[in-house]
Design a protein. Structure first.
Length: 120
């Protein structure tokens, strides 16, 4: 499943064993974005024990931060139930705010593998 990017939302691609979120995220109604994403992740995780989430955001607003926190919380809970879940947070060399955001999210999770990766 692919959720196409808009001028306010990222492209979100599901592969069954993972998800990729790439672009900017500041939708007018975050619920319109979060509901199908959370539903698809839950569906995918009923069919796999290994799940990889790749995130490459250029900008997100506070409601999107709440959405991301909810995603990480959900995945952390799934990891607590025996799922092997990893998150890779990509950021650019000159984007200190995205690097710091990734570090903050990384501190909030306990059971998933969360790594920050500099884009080359």
């Amino acid at each position: 499943m692919i959720i196409a990017a808009t001028n306010r939302t990222p492209e979100i691609t599901f592969s069954g064993s993972g998800c990729s979120i790439k672009g900017e995220c500041y939708p007018e109604d975050i619920t319109e974005l979060s509901k199908p994403v959370m539903k698809q992740m839950a569906t995918d995780l009923t069919q796999t024990d290994l799940y990889n989430l790749h995130i490459e955001l250029y900008y997100f607003n506070s409601s999107s931060a709440k959405f991301l926190f909810d995603v990480f919380d959900f995945l952390d809970n799934q990891a607590g139930q025996g799922k092997d879940i990893s998150v890779t947070w990509f950021y650019r060399q000159d984007d200190d705010s995205m690097e710091e955001a990734g570090e903050e999210f990384q501190e909030d999770v306990e059971r998933i593998s969360f790594k920050l990766e500099l884009l080359s």
